[in-house]
Design a protein around this ligand. Structure first.
Ligand code: ADP
Ligand code: MG
Length: 245
């Protein structure tokens, strides 16, 4: 039996009186690709941010490789968080550093990887996302799609056990969405464990092992993409799908 990479139990999160996550119990197994979909404001970002404790849960457990993060001190949380790569809607690259420096920074600072090794690895990752010829460019010279591919390479440089994506393509011009989704699909094929919040239903159908449909603070459905898209079970999911498909 392999341990789940992430396990949440009775997770709840409120902002003041606003109960955003009400009661979520789910697991992410090694190598699984989970796609989280659902209406805007339904708590998807809050949920994915709770997985690495960027948001502090109000109640419940969030375990990473069997360790409940909510019981650990900040230092231990930071240590485990290194193993969880995160890519957001905005690219958050450091504007005053080259692409290569952006990727080398965390491994050198946090993991004390030496310069030569970090440089070598950064070039490998840039090749993987098709941008090695931009190693010495500054982020401002990149397109949105290129910047997001660099952000993915930067997250991968820490050798994460899981990659968390929160709407990584929503801020992109339409013609750049595909290049980012392709990189993500390759990552999935290579066996990376992933939790992806996205509105890209083609990606969800093709790449997800499980769809988690989230609305009103609950995971309302947890199903295979085939089942979910062909036979949504809840009125909430039927209504959502009727609006987007
Ligand atoms: P989604 O990503 O599905 O659109 P969010 O998790 O961003 O949903 O938001 C869910 C709810 O939580 C919204 O009502 C939003 O206003 C609220 N919320 C999210 N983050 C915060 C915060 N930092 N402070 C207060 N309310 C927040
Ligand atoms: Mg969101």
């Amino acid at each position: 039996m392999t341990k789940p990479v992430i396990e949440v139990e009775s997770l709840a999160k409120s902002f003041g009186d606003n109960k955003v996550l009400k009661d979520i119990t789910e697991k992410v197994e090694p190598g699984q690709v989970i796609v989280v979909i659902g209406p805007s404001g339904g708590g998807k970002s809050t949920f994915i941010r709770c997985l690495n404790l960027l948001e502090t849960p109000t109640a419940g457990k969030v375990a990473f490789e069997g360790q409940d993060l909510t019981t650990l001190d900040q230092k231990s949380v930071n240590k485990l968080r290194e193993k969880m790569g995160m890519v957001f809607q905005g690219f958050n690259l450091f504007p005053n550093m080259t692409v290569l420096e952006n990727i080398k920074l965390a491994p050198m600072k946090v993991k004390s990887v030496d310069d030569a090794a970090a440089t070598k690895r950064a070039h490998e990752l840039l090749k993987r996302v098709g941008l090695d010829d931009h190693a010495d460019s500054f982020p401002s010279s990149l397109s949105g799609g290129q910047a997001q591919r660099v952000a993915i390479a930067r997250a991968l440089a820490m050798d994460p056990k899981v990659m968390l994506f929160d709407e990584p393509t929503s801020a992109l011009d339409p013609e750049m969405v595909g290049e980012v989704l392709n990189i993500m699909q390759e990552l999935a094929k290579d066996g990376m464990t992933m939790v992806v919040v996205t509105h890209e239903m083609g990606f969800a159908k093709e790449v997800a092992d499980r769809i988690w449909f989230m609305a009103d603070g609950y995971i309302q459905e947890n199903n295979t993409p085939d089942q979910f898209f062909a036979h949504p079970e809840t009125d909430r999911a039927k209504d959502f799908l009727s609006k987007i498909l």
